[in-house]
Design a binder for this molecule. Structure first.
Ligand SMILES: Cc1ncc(COP(=O)(O)O)c(C=O)c1O
Length: 348
């Protein structure tokens, strides 16, 4: 008998549990495009309150919610300023350009940092000019996926927000994993949420839902977002079935995110034993592994797959593994040993 596959490519691979499926099956539903679905409304109100915002809007994906957050607060023909490795820049099919009409400008993190800070942002904002585009929005990402699930702590976010305020720029936060940032840092979601005008949070990652994200902000902003969501084809009908999964996840899966963080740390410590590998110390559930010189990420991922472990090639020289709800400590430890040995064998 072959060992079951351990899939740690992402925290999106989780399958809804029988209890979550039951909650979905039993959801009270309505037509959310016509009158509002009661379960969706409950979810939107609950998360808005958690984030200290006036209103929320449920989306099928984080990408659509990010793009909507930018569309309703930016001006076509201007710039959006984001960390140079932001998901919005690299993994959303140039939506900011194609949908919102803004040019993204990556803010490089300064020496020794993985994510932009307030000084990096301040340095990048241009004075108003008739020759160069000005910025109309700033976006933060917390936790930061490309930086290995890095948390920007509350003080850092507040400093970033202060720079945006100095320049009168609205802030959208890609908080796909803001749940993890709160769990890891101890900051409340409301305090973190106060650092941005709009915040997107995903349900389909660490919380284990099959689908869903939310955008929260001021009521007037969310009303405009509702129109943009409709334009993008994001109006869903009996979407209470999906919102029920999210409500269930908030009740049962939020408090266990620290387990994922501990599993990611244990995984990282074991893989760091591979000669020549450099593991980015995880703040949360994402582990980035920089491979020894000459070792290709696709080769390591292919060899690990043969041993029953699925990891993601992130760049030519980096692989990513992510701890999640469907892998416990024993499984993560086993996977780590396999990945360490595969890297060692690829190096030999
Ligand atoms: C940081 C971040 N933002 C946004 C998204 C987009 O979410 P979705 O896949 O639901 O569109 C992801 C997905 O991986 C992400 O990691």
């Amino acid at each position: 008998m072959t060992a079951p596959v351990i899939d740690i490519r992402s925290d999106t691979v989780t399958r809804p549990t029988p209890a979550m499926r039951r909650a979905m099956a039993e959801a009270e539903v309505g037509d959310d495009v016509l009158d509002g679905d009661p379960t969706v409304r409950r979810l939107e109100a609950r998360v808005a309150t958690m984030l200290g915002k006036e209103a929320g809007l449920f989306f099928p994906t984080g990408t659509m919610a990010n793009q909507t957050g930018i569309a309703v607060q930016s001006t076509p023909g201007t710039e959006a300023l984001l960390d140079a490795n932001a998901h919005i820049i690299h993994w959303e099919m140039a939506g900011a350009a194609a949908i919102c009409g803004v040019q993204v400008r990556g803010v490089p993190a300064g020496e020794g940092r993985l994510v932009m800070d307030a000084d990096d942002l301040r340095r990048t904002i241009r004075p108003s000019s008739i020759h160069a585009p000005s910025a109309s929005i700033v976006c933060f990402e917390n936790t930061h996926n490309g930086a290995g699930g890095k948390v920007t702590p509350l003080a850092g976010l507040r400093a970033l927000r202060a720079v945006a305020d100095e320049h009168g720029l609205p802030v959208h936060m890609d908080g796909a994993r803001l749940w993890n940032a709160a769990a890891a840092s101890g900051a409340s979601l409301a305090d973190l949420g106060a650092c941005a005008h709009t915040v997107m949070l995903s349900f389909s990652k660490g919380l284990g839902c099959p689908v869903g994200a939310i955008l929260v902000g001021e009521a007037a902003t969310i009303r405009r977002a509702h129109m943009v969501r409709k334009r993008l084809g994001g109006g869903m009908r009996q979407s209470g079935i999906l919102a029920a999964a999210a409500l269930y996840a908030l009740d049962t899966n939020l408090d266990r995110l620290r387990d994922d963080h501990a599993n990611a740390s244990a995984f990282a410590a074991i893989v760091a034993g591979a000669p020549g590998a450099r593991v980015v110390t995880p703040d949360t559930n994402i582990v980035m592994i920089d491979l020894p010189p000459g070792v290709a990420s696709t080769d390591v991922a292919a060899r690990a797959r043969e041993e029953g472990v699925l990891i993601s090639p992130w760049s030519n020289t980096r692989v990513r593994a992510v701890a999640h709800l469907d892998v416990d400590t024993a499984i993560m430890t086993r996977a780590a040993g396999i990945v360490r040995d595969v890297i060692a064998a690829a190096t030999a």
